[in-house]
Design a protein around this ligand. Structure first.
Ligand code: G3H
Ligand code: ZN
Length: 286
């Protein structure tokens, strides 16, 4: 069933595993991720960026696609459909009105007071209709869709500020930027584990790791042990699927039937997602 993230993340945090947020970009991504979740008996979060929602035909059509596939596949595992990096109160409300069960309000570029005020406004409206909310502090580097943060701007979240934001807003989960990056890493990721531990002890709510692509398994495990119950992955599925498309088209340059290259792309996404669910420990938890 379509549910908010609240229960699935609290259960994950209590049992020391993480639920994957896998971003959807089109029908094939949605099919692959839902099939992987059902086969693995894993809870799952479908991340939808504003850009991806535009590409897929808007929030309503995106929800309709997810609901239709869930019915078609007889999905029994908990699934959340979550607005990723929501840019404004209005966008969050549009997503909620269209049937999203969860939203992120990303006011991490704003000064703390404004971030808190906007996040609180979203939390009040979302909680009134049973929708969960994620907020962010600090700045995750790299690029995801319309969101670009230059290296020099990428900043680690400050523990005391995190504590204030979580307590004053009542968010369900919280993403402190701690050195992870959207998109492929330019070197080794350098996650701030000392701060992570401090923030985990202060805030209490499940933590969210953005930029999950390219983080070594030992760091994933450490992040889970320091309160991370949600890990976001997008680029890794994009790389796996485009690699499959390239391979097919290079082998058969005369091929033109989209099913012949999008099918293998879908298989590659499913395989990648299954691998992540096992790595994050969410397999068998639904
Ligand atoms: O919000 C989405 C994620 O943080 C995706 O990050 O593309 O580096 O896996 P990624
Ligand atoms: Zn992100």
């Amino acid at each position: 069933p379509l549910v908010s993230m609240k229960d699935m993340l609290e259960k994950a945090k209590a049992n020391q595993y993480a639920v994957g947020q896998f971003n959807i970009n089109n029908l094939e991504f949605t099919q692959a991720i839902l099939q992987a979740a059902e086969e693995e008996k894993s809870p799952v979060i479908l991340g939808v960026s504003e850009g991806a929602a535009r590409y897929m035909g808007g929030f309503k059509l995106t929800v309709a696609i997810v609901e239709a596939l869930m019915e078609e596949y007889n999905v029994t595992v908990p699934v959340a459909i979550h607005l990723d990096h929501g840019s404004s109160f209005d966008k969050c409300m549009q997503a909620i009105n269209a049937g999203f069960t969860s939203v992120m309000i990303d006011a991490s570029h704003d000064p703390l007071e404004e971030n808190i005020a906007l996040t609180k406004k979203v939390v009040d409206a979302a909680h009134a209709v049973g929708v969960s909310v994620e907020a962010e502090l600090g700045r995750v580097g790299g690029q995801e869709d319309d969101l670009i943060v230059e290296d020099a701007e990428a900043a680690y979240a400050i523990p005391a500020e995190c504590d204030r934001l979580v307590k004053e807003t009542g968010v369900d989960c919280f993403a402190p930027a701690l050195g992870s990056v959207h998109g492929p890493y330019k070197g080794e990721p350098n996650l701030g584990f000392d701060r992570m531990e401090e923030i985990d002890n202060l805030v209490g709510v499940p933590l969210v790791l953005h930029g999950g692509t390219g983080i070594p398994t030992k760091d994933i495990q450490k992040a889970i042990s320091f309160g991370h119950a949600k890990i976001n992955v997008n680029t890794e599925n994009q790389i796996a699927s485009s690699k499959a498309v390239r391979q097919v088209l290079e082998e058969k340059p005369e091929l033109y039937d989209p099913r012949k290259y999008l099918g293998p792309a879908r298989d590659a996404i499913k395989e990648t997602v299954i691998g992540k669910m096992r790595e994050f420990g969410s397999s068998g938890q639904a």
